[in-house]
Design a protein around this ligand. Structure first.
Ligand SMILES: NC(=O)C1=CN([C@@H]2O[C@H](COP(=O)(O)OP(=O)(O)OC[C@H]3O[C@@H](n4cnc5c(N)ncnc54)[C@H](OP(=O)(O)O)[C@@H]3O)[C@@H](O)[C@H]2O)C=CC1
Ligand SMILES: C[C@H]1O[C@H](OP(=O)(O)OP(=O)(O)OC[C@H]2O[C@@H](n3cnc4c(=O)[nH]c(N)nc43)[C@H](O)[C@@H]2O)[C@@H](O)[C@@H](O)C1=O
Length: 361
């Protein structure tokens, strides 16, 4: 990429897109093409066609998608497969027709088989059945990787796919039901601590800044308390309890979003699709690159780490009526590390930074 290249970041207000935008600006890229969802709905093929024909971007970071945590994936199954297929089909196809020089597509480690050997190497994709809770999303993402691969092989495009682990950072989704575990636990324990201190000003400020479905910040405190308990934050006999979904046993690997963005830009600046493809097998399963830290932590330990960092002193209750999902999905990052990239942010520091960010925003 040249300093003046026209670079389109799709989804630039989301967790990953905003970090990519920040990273590109930091490196001096100035010709950045940005559209909000209301300006350009990427699931609308006519709008996408017009946009690419008019704007002719040189490079595309495809960070727009329908994204959510385990319960959102399991509940809105049709939306996750439909919207993701629409967005990626439109963006990839019109990138090809308009001669985009390079495109980066984002998969996710949850699309490896449910019982994948650990750590997960790139070639383990499509070797076994998927985790049920996110199967529709995973199938859309696998289709995205295979779309890029097929356009490269048939049309000679230069579309690269990466496979990020669970991400967190500024501009994450802090919804109590639809978000991923790390932002959800930050918010639940932040509210739990406020409840321990009877800090209703803070609780109402939090709900005002980021509405919780069905809760009016101006309601009576007893009513707010009753409704918060439906989201797993409750107070009984003076003791506050925060609910953790599942058994606490699943292991997850967490990568700071700005490290993820750095890896994406690193790959776009240095690699072509051929560098990421195996040269010796007709059965291509590993045309993508894992992005992660190579280290994981149990949800139990994560919850206690967040509890300590926030200073919440109440109880944690493990609700086995909520799904655990995949028990382990640790990336093998040797391919990326061998290219010279490694993450910089460790989890304890990342949690401190994201909690700071959350309190200020
Ligand atoms: N978060 C994670 O832990 C992981 C994420 N990924 C992948 O990274 C990518 C980005 O995810 P993340 O940043 O977390 O997601 P976010 O939900 O934070 O951001 C997604 C972005 O996509 C935009 N978007 C969604 N639908 C449309 C549409 N129809 N038209 C235009 N824009 C749209 C959203 O816009 P708006 O805000 O206006 O709705 C938002 O800016 C995804 O491909 C995801 O699968 C992979 C692994 C883990
Ligand atoms: C990134 C990845 O994200 C999704 O997969 P996931 O890793 O299972 O996502 P998660 O962050 O929602 O949960 C991780 C673990 O944590 C537990 N857990 C505890 N308490 C809360 C809680 O309060 N909220 C959430 N969300 N999870 C909780 C939860 O039960 C699970 O065991 C995919 O669907 C897929 O879309 C994908 O790509």
């Amino acid at each position: 990429m040249e300093p003046g290249s026209k670079i389109y970041v799709a989804g630039h207000r989301g967790l990953v897109g905003s970090a990519i935008l920040k990273g590109l600006k930091k490196r001096g890229y100035k010709n950045l093409l940005l559209k909000t969802r209301s300006e350009l709905d990427l699931s609308d093929s006519e709008m996408v066609r017009q946009f690419f024909e008019e704007q002719k971007p040189d490079y595309v970071f495809l960070a727009a998608a329908k994204v959510g945590g385990i319960v959102a994936n399991n509940t809105y199954r049709a939306d996750f497969i439909h919207e993701n297929l629409m967005i990626q089909n439109n963006v990839i196809h019109y990138s090809y027709l308009n001669k985009v020089k390079k495109l980066l597509f984002l998969g996710s480690t949850c699309i490896y088989p449910k019982n994948c050997p650990q750590p997960m190497k790139e070639e383990y994709l499509l070797t076994d059945t998927l985790e049920y809770t996110n199967e529709p999303y995973a199938i859309a993402k696998i289709a995205g990787i295979k779309t890029c691969e097929s356009y490269n092989l048939q049309y000679g495009t230069n579309f690269i796919s990466v496979m990020p682990t669970n991400l967190y950072g500024p501009n994450d989704n802090f919804d109590l039901e639809k978000s991923h575990v790390l932002p959800a636990l930050i918010r639940k324990m932040h509210l739990g601590k406020a409840l321990e201190n009877d800090n209703w000003e803070l609780i109402k400020k939090d709900i005002g800044a980021l509405p919780i479905e069905g809760i009016d910040q101006n309601s009576e405190e007893v009513e707010i308390l009753e409704k918060l308990s439906k989201f797993g934050i409750s107070k009984k006999g003076g003791k506050v309890q925060v609910e953790i979904w599942g058994s606490g046993k699943p292991m997850r690997e967490f990568l700071w979003s700005e490290d993820m963005a750095d890896a994406c830009i690193f790959i776009m600046e240095r690699l072509n699709f051929k560098d990421t493809y195996p040269s010796d097998t007709p059965e291509i399963r590993n045309t993508h690159i894992n992005i992660g830290t190579g280290e994981d932590i149990s949800i139990f330990d994560l919850a206690n780490l967040i509890k300590d960092k926030i200073g919440f002193t109440g109880n944690l209750f493990y609700n086995d009526q909520k799904p655990d999902g995949t028990l382990k999905k640790l990336t093998d990052v040797s391919k990326l590390n061998a290219l010279g990239w490694k993450h910089t942010m460790d989890l304890p520091n990342g949690i401190e930074q994201i909690y700071d960010w959350y309190q200020k925003s």
